[in-house]
Ligand binder design. Structure first.
Ligand code: HEC
Length: 186
């Protein structure tokens, strides 16, 4: 009789222990990270000793984020038509022949008189609010003083390319510069 009671108590204690263990395993831990798409950033911020912030800074839009229409929006009709059949390789040739490359380099680390053409297509997306990248490039070639790139001098880039080059030649250069983006040529 006595041994039966002891055994029953043993079972009861074992069950209680089990319940306590399960409850402990399930209890939410305040220091635990919530599994979310930002987990990597949270971990990195925590490792760096920073406060974990929920807001992720928005990156500048790139050419690849735009539709074909958005890329050419606002271009004069003749330039848009020429761009539709443009030859970027010829644009590269013209920029050599016309001396553009004397002031502009594709290499981002080369110090030149003019800004680099590295990722020019992406840069052109957000240079001037309301101007599509193709329109911005068109303006910067035919009217260089319309918008002057910060930290660069005005009145240095020749302002008469619009007279010297045909519409097709201008479009070829624009096509070449648009090719210089992160998922494009360079
Ligand atoms: C004598 C030097 C010089 C030559 C030659 C020159 N540029 Fe420039 N270019 C500049 C300078 C300086 C700027 C920056 C100031 C400004 O915005 O006008 C600039 C700006 C630009 C920009 C805007 C770049 C940006 O980051 O927003 C484009 C595009 C451009 N040039 C294209 C051309 C093309 C195409 C040619 C040849 C047909 C050319 N440039 C010839 C000096 C030059």
């Amino acid at each position: 009789m006595k041994s039966n009671r002891v055994r029953r108590r043993g079972w009861w204690l074992a069950s209680l222990l089990l319940i306590v263990l399960v409850a402990a395993a399930c209890a939410p831990d305040a220091t635990q990270l919530i599994i979310s798409p930002q987990l990597g950033e949270q971990l990195a911020a925590r490792e760096a000793g920073n406060i974990v912030v929920a807001a992720v800074p928005t990156e500048a839009p790139r050419l690849a984020d735009l539709t074909a229409e958005e890329i050419v929006a606002g271009l004069p009709d003749d330039v848009a038509a020429a761009l539709a059949v443009a030859d970027p390789a010829n644009g590269a040739q013209i920029s050599l022949a016309r001396g553009c490359v004397g002031c502009h380099a594709l290499d981002p680390n080369m110090v030149m008189t003019g800004p680099t053409w590295y990722h020019m297509g992406d840069t052109a997306v957000s240079r001037v609010r309301g101007e599509s990248p193709a329109l911005y490039l068109y303006h910067s070639i035919v009217e260089p003083n319309r918008y002057v790139v910060p930290n660069y001098p005005n009145n240095i880039m020749p302002a008469n390319y619009g007279e010297q080059l045909s519409v097709q030649e201008l479009a070829d250069i624009i096509a070449y510069l648009l090719e210089q983006h992160e998922t494009g040529g360079g």
